[in-house]
Design a protein. Structure first.
Length: 163
């Protein structure tokens, strides 16, 4: 028959690892990065750095597949060594008929757990080089609410109030 000291020793051998595991699980839950999902700034910071590192390379590679004036999309996927190679970029170039030398590239960075959608990059087409380039001004001049209106940008500055 086991003595009370033996029963205590057996209970400790069972309870200590279980307690350690429980504390580890509570710590993991308490330290999870749920705030990154709720805070857009926390999400976009690593993505912005990632996009800055790879967008020119990927946009150049994808845009070679897209012809101006033809409806279509070009896709590419590249895994890069920046950030330990854990991000994969997906670049989509949309070309619409009638857009002689303008297109958009949407870059999505995926880390395997969460998907981050980045800015849409404006592209212009060089017919001499037969290649798309990232436009300096990426805001499309349109009246559909996606960019500054040409009429609004042409408005004169407000007159100063009379004295």
């Amino acid at each position: 028959m086991a003595t009370s000291g033996t029963r205590t020793a057996i209970a400790n051998r069972i309870a200590r690892p279980a307690l350690g595991l429980a504390l580890l699980m509570v710590g993991a839950v308490g330290c999870s990065n749920d705030n990154a999902l709720e805070d857009p700034a926390a999400q976009q910071k690593p993505v912005k750095a990632y996009v800055d590192a790879v967008q020119a390379k990927d946009v150049d590679r994808v845009s070679e597949q897209a012809e101006p004036g033809v409806d279509g999309r070009a896709f590419a996927q590249a895994k890069v060594t920046e950030f330990g190679g854990r991000f994969t970029s997906h670049v989509k170039v949309d070309v619409k008929r009638g857009d002689a030398n303008l297109a958009n590239a949407t870059i999505t960075a995926t880390d395997g757990q969460q998907r981050f959608v980045t800015d849409t990059v404006g592209l212009t087409y060089s017919s001499s080089e037969k290649k798309w380039f990232v436009a300096m001004n990426t805001a499309p001049p349109s009246n559909d609410g996606t960019g500054p209106s040409p009429a609004a940008s042409a408005l004169p500055a407000r007159n100063p109030p009379p004295r």
